[in-house]
Design a protein around this ligand. Structure first.
Ligand SMILES: Nc1ncnc2c1ncn2[C@@H]1O[C@H](COP(=O)(O)OP(=O)(O)O)[C@@H](O)[C@H]1O
Ligand SMILES: [Mg+2]
Length: 421
């Protein structure tokens, strides 16, 4: 069946859209074909309004209501555009919404709030909509984030040793995937969010990010500022044992806000912006490398917008002592991997498959999300067994103008990775 997924990450840089064909192929094998992924710009400076909710700003119920509506409408429009491109009528839309607050205190997640009222998405598409995919895991004692390990465990199993999936969004998250598919996942800290905050300030609001890492490439790393940044309490939560991961390790922009950055820079005597960006790139690289080193990975497979920052990728390659590649080489588009994850999570919810952010065996998985009926009466398929194997048939088309024709097929299963054509 075809699933439409529309999502925006912590960067709030636009709406990622995916058209993904998912089906049970045999037994517990899931077949996944990425038909297309692309990014739609936010209408009406909505991204800036969402970022303006972050601390130290306070917000009103009126503004939250307006944003809940505006995000829901934007997702609805993007989902309708995706539906028009689908080769057959999609079965459902997955819309996790935009995180506006992720409340982690003393290592526990007390709540998480995503806006994007799904009724608008149903109204725009007539399809059932699965939303609110984080809160059930929070209610069950987890953090509701990161959820990437659900896909990564299926996708990267079968390596010659542990493989690491690394997503470089506003926040960086990793999944450590053992050859047998067992997976540990957590947020290491900022990937782009501090970089974006510094780029906005450095350019007086002209730039939303340090395009191609140009400023950071001109700067030099400031060791004292780097040390001060490394004293952020989140890095001390880097998981050292499975019990800690069972409780969850996640973070958000609340902990790495523009206010935090301003304070750190003021204490460092407000250094020049190129040096600040170089130091923040180094911070992202060393905190990721430190977080994964003890797992002795054989490779790190990166995705997310940060893969488009060559200065960040070079710093990461220097800090990691193992090969760094991007997810495209293993069948999932680097810019669209998160939206493929949401499509998979929606498919699993639709089929009654429980999942968890915790390592296997530490916390009972739950069926995630909330289902809004579409125009037709809601008919759910029979529940399926949790998939244990994923076959990726993929060729992403990179933009609305390109064809979704399948020209090559990559199969990843049981330790073998083969590319045809
Ligand atoms: N050309 C580029 N140069 C530098 N950074 C980039 C570039 N393209 C994207 N990015 C970074 O990627 C971020 C978006 O990544 P994304 O994976 O969408 O994150 P999120 O999931 O948090 O929305 C941008 O905010 C920006 O920091
Ligand atoms: Mg994004």
């Amino acid at each position: 069946m075809i699933v439409v997924a529309v999502a925006s990450g912590t960067s709030a840089d636009g709406l990622d859209v995916g058209l993904v064909d998912l089906r049970v192929e045999a037994g517990a094998t899931l077949g996944l074909r990425v038909l297309a992924t692309w990014t739609e710009p936010w209408p009406d400076r909505l991204g800036e309004r969402l970022l303006a909710l972050l601390p130290p700003a306070s917000s009103t119920a009126a503004e939250l209501c307006a944003l809940d509506t505006a995000v829901g409408q934007a997702v609805g429009a993007a989902a309708a555009a995706a539906m028009a491109r689908a080769p057959e009528t999609p079965a459902l839309v997955v819309s996790p919404g935009q995180s506006v607050h992720h409340d982690v205190q003393d290592g526990r997640c007390l709540g998480t709030l995503q806006v994007g009222q799904p009724a608008w998405v149903v109204e725009a598409t007539g399809l059932p909509v699965i939303s609110d995919l984080r809160t059930r895991d929070v209610a069950a004692g987890g953090h509701g984030a990161p959820l990437a390990s659900v896909l990564d465990g299926l996708w990267l199993a079968g390596g010659p040793g542990p493989r690491i999936a690394l997503n470089l969004g506003g926040i960086a998250n990793v999944s450590v995937v053992a050859p047998d598919g067992s997976t540990l996942g957590w947020d290491t800290g900022p990937a782009n969010c501090l970089l974006d905050g510094a780029a906005v300030r450095a350019s007086g609001g002209r730039l939303a990010c340090d395009v191609d890492g140009a400023m950071a490439a001109r700067g030099r790393v400031l060791p004292e500022l780097l040390d001060a940044l490394l004293s952020h309490p989140h890095y001390a939560t880097t998981p050292r044992h499975r019990a800690q991961l069972a409780e969850g390790v996640s973070t958000g922009r609340e902990a790495f806000s523009a206010a935090y950055l301003d304070r750190m820079l003021a204490e460092a005597g407000n250094p020049g912006w190129d040096d600040v960006l170089a130091t923040l790139v180094e911070l992202t690289a060393v905190t990721i490398a430190d977080a994964v080193r003890s797992y002795a990975p054989v490779e790190v497979v990166a995705s997310g917008g940060g893969t488009r920052n060559p200065t960040l990728m070079a710093a990461l390659a220097r800090s990691l002592d193992v090969p760094l590649l991007t997810s495209d080489g293993l069948g999932l588009p680097a810019q669209g991997k998160e939206v493929v994850l949401w499509a998979l999570l929606g498919f699993l919810t639709w089929h009654g498959v429980p999942v968890t952010t915790a390592p296997a065996g530490t916390r009972t998985p739950r069926v995630l999300g909330r289902i809004s009926p579409g125009d037709a009466p809601l008919v759910l398929p029979s529940a399926i067994d949790p998939p244990t194997r994923l076959v990726i048939h993929a060729l992403q088309d990179r933009g609305p103008s390109e064809s979704a024709a399948q020209r090559s097929e990559t199969t990843i299963s049981s330790g073998r990775s083969t590319s045809g054509n």
